[in-house]
Design a protein around this ligand. Structure first.
Ligand code: ADP
Ligand code: MG
Length: 701
């Protein structure tokens, strides 16, 4: 017998061979015995139940029967032939039918020998039949590892067509168990196993493939889910520790004049407690000799910008430059304008760099950046171009980070000899449990408190049929001096239909709100930046009362006097997008409103989304619902993570196990960072194996 280990190619396993090995590789990504053993069933069928033929019902789905074949005949058909066997169990008679492989099946079937058959039944002119039954001699059935809970493995059409049935996969796995004599190396420490009352690795693998009963199956699932999540957390946390110890960061020792003057003389309001707490967390990072790599989560309007500014001032106080990157020109410009205003009179040099910055101005910026005259640079993607070189960049802040790709963010890391400190900000809250996996290697700060005096945005769902009353309401608000957004979906910037909707909408609003009493701005992605900017400015200055727009206004825009947000075809927006849009209003002192317009035709999910919006304004609650509706892979910011390709655990459902796994991973690494103690021997070996294979961790944020 060959000497098997888990890296052995599956072709060498009994029952596989080169052809099946090729198929298993291409269809299921199974290359080695280790891959095969970790190929888990996705459901189980209860095979404790045996049916009698006289109990069969027209609608029974999959049944299992013990009986014997009495006769076999080949029936000629127009194309080929079919094989029909008469099967009886003493209570009645039925037919087993094969449309393919008649010849070799006929040769293999035994007459008058007890079989266990399993499959779906059909009822046809008074007789039950079972096409292509799975069958096994009763004698073998009793001997096999096969258990009451029949595992069903994921499969593909090609595999089924090539005859690699569920039964064959199960049989191959059984062979594997026999070859390795059912013994698998433990991967967890005795301590963890005892503390969590887990079953051993060997017992878990055996019971996931051949569950003895439901209870053991559940235990096997818990053990394997824990293990999967535990090793992910172990990698994330270790990476964080390594980064902290290895990647030296600039040490911002002091808080000096820039910070203090601004804080004491210029800060237009008191910071909220949450803002103060986050600032403390950031200051600790900046003075720790390690590079900061922190995610700041805070709902729309929670006041992240001021935290960003104060952080940049600390960099300036220590002789460094600072950069703030935003995903759109509008947003970058807005940041620039508000920072210029806040920093007025403080002798800090700040500039804006975007795609539409003129060449002449660009040159000046490049020069001033390199000679250190420029302290703060605000901008869009333009800021990460290679041409843009800093004299001494100390901190890079990235707003709405999910709008940037990993590669773009990583460019920021290269803008100085040592990587600058990095603070990424997002207004798209990610549920804590998900953040643990997707951003597990980052430090996370949360602003979970809105500045005082904010009134909750009143949100209502209205049907298109009630448009007139909505218009009436808008007129009343405008009469009070308020401004209104009307937003249209533009899923794909080139979709002609969406533009038509937008323009039709604009025209009907223009009719309803005619000049000279009303002025309307319009902004969409097809306009030239200068025209967009012009229209934006008119609205910001209050020259127009209504802003008709596509989602370009979604991100970050801050116009306190705009207090009504009308979202057209709201059913077409995702929850987080709706939440972002609503965040554009409710920024001033006045009561604000969000009106979700839809037709009567709504899907079940759309109804949940709309109701959630009406019911709550808590970004984290909304993110939880979004996670449940769409699954983790679709949430903003998670797509590139790869952390979500889980074998058995489910990041939405297994949150308790995830929390435990993370807590224990932290505990283990705190006590034994290199996993050197004998107690963690198994963990270390397994960890090394996993790290060799995993390429999924993007260490840059
Ligand atoms: P976001 O977190 O969405 O980026 P902003 O930083 O744009 O939020 O802040 C939203 C508004 O709240 C701004 O007008 C800002 O000046 C104001 N703001 C921020 N912090 C406070 C505070 N502590 N007290 C009062 N207003 C604040
Ligand atoms: Mg913002």
């Amino acid at each position: 017998m060959p000497n098997y280990n888990l890296n052995t190619a599956i072709a060498y396993l009994k029952g596989v061979g080169p052809n099946r090995a090729t198929l298993l590789k291409s269809e299921l990504g199974i290359h080695t015995l280790g891959d095969l053993i970790n190929f888990f069933p996705n459901r189980y069928i209860d095979r404790t139940q045996f049916f009698k033929i006289n109990q069969l019902q027209n609608n029974t789905s999959e049944v299992q029967i013990i009986g014997k074949i009495t006769t076999i005949k080949t029936v000629q058909q127009k194309r080929g032939s079919r094989l029909v066997a008469t099967f009886t169990d003493g209570t009645g008679t039925m037919e087993l039918v094969w449309f393919r492989g008649a010849k070799w099946i006929k040769a293999a079937l035994k007459i008058n020998t007890p079989y266990v058959i399993f499959g779906k039944t059909n009822f046809f002119s008074g007789l039950f039949s079972m096409p292509h039954p799975e069958m096994e001699l009763l004698e073998d059935y009793k001997k096999s590892l096969r258990s009451a809970m029949q595992p069903i493995y994921p499969s593909t059409e090609k595999l089924t067509n090539k005859g690699i049935s569920n039964k064959i996969v199960s049989k191959i796995i059984q062979n594997l168990f026999e070859e390795v004599q059912g013994d698998f190396t433990e991967t967890l420490s005795v301590l963890i196993i005892n503390e969590l009352n887990l079953i051993s690795k060997t017992a878990a693998l055996l019971n996931i493939h051949f569950p003895q009963n439901q209870e053991l199956l559940t235990k096997a699932q818990i053990r394997l889910k824990f293990e999967e999540l535990f090793f992910i957390q172990l990698q994330l946390i270790r990476k964080k520790l390594v980064r902290k110890s290895k990647i030296k960061g600039f040490n911002f020792e002091k808080v000096g004049d820039n910070f203090n003057n601004f804080y004491n003389k210029k800060l237009p309001f008191d910071l909220t407690n949450a803002q103060k707490r986050v600032l403390k967390e950031i200051r600790k990072d900046l003075g720790s000799n390690a590079q900061m790599n922190r995610l700041l989560q805070g709902d729309v309007g929670s006041g992240k910008t001021i935290v960003a500014l104060l952080t940049m001032l600390i960099a300036l106080d220590n002789g460094f430059q600072a950069a703030l990157m935003a995903p759109t020109e509008i947003l970058a410009t807005q940041h620039y304008n508000s920072l210029v205003e806040l920093l007025d009179g403080l002798n800090i040099s700040i500039k804006l760099l975007t795609g539409s910055t003129k060449i002449k101005e660009r040159r000046i910026i490049h020069d001033q950046l390199e000679n250190g005259e420029l302290n703060i640079l605000i901008g869009t993607h333009a800021l990460i171009e290679d041409k843009v070189k800093f004299k001494n960049l100390g901190i890079a802040i990235i707003d709405e980070q999910h709008r940037f790709g990993v590669a773009q963010r990583s460019k920021m890391w290269q803008k100085n000899q040592l990587p600058p400190h990095v603070l990424v900000m997002t207004a798209t809250p990610i549920p804590r449990t998900l953040a643990m996996s997707v951003y597990g290697d980052l430090d996370i700060s949360v602003i979970d408190e809105l500045p005082p005096g904010r009134k909750e945005v009143k949100t209502a769902h209205r049907y298109d049929a009630n448009r007139l009353s909505v218009f009436k309401f808008l007129k009343e608000e405008i009469a009070k001096g308020r401004q209104v957004y009307v937003v249209y979906p533009l899923i794909n910037e080139s979709e002609a239909m969406d533009y038509k909707d937008l323009m039709d909408g604009y025209e009907s609003i223009a009719r309803e709100f005619p000049l000279p009493n009303y002025q309307i701005s319009i902004v969409h992605g097809k306009m030239k930046p200068a025209d967009k900017e012009y229209e934006m400015q008119r609205f910001i200055k209050g020259e127009t009362q209504i802003m008709v727009a596509t989602t370009v206004i979604e991100v970050g825009v801050n116009i306190p006097n705009a207090s009504v947000m009308v979202i057209e075809s709201a059913e077409r927006f995702g929850l987080s997008q709706l939440h972002q849009l609503r965040g554009r209003v409710g920024r001033g002192a006045e009561q604000s409103y969000c009106i979700l317009m839809t037709s009567f035709k709504l899907s079940a999910d759309a109804k949940i989304r709309l109701n959630t919006m009406v019911d709550t304004s808590d970004g984290f609650k909304i993110a939880e619902v979004d996670l449940k509706l769409r699954g983790p892979g679709n949430l903003m910011g998670t797509q590139q993570s790869g952390v979500l390709n889980l074998r058995i655990a489910d990041i939405v459902k297994d949150t308790q196990i995830l929390k435990k796994a993370r807590a224990i991973a932290i505990d283990v690494l705190t006590k034994d960072p290199l996993l050197k103690s004998p107690e963690n021997h198994f963990i270390r070996i397994a960890y090394q194996e996993i790290s060799k294979k995993s390429t999924i961790w993007s260490n840059i944020s």
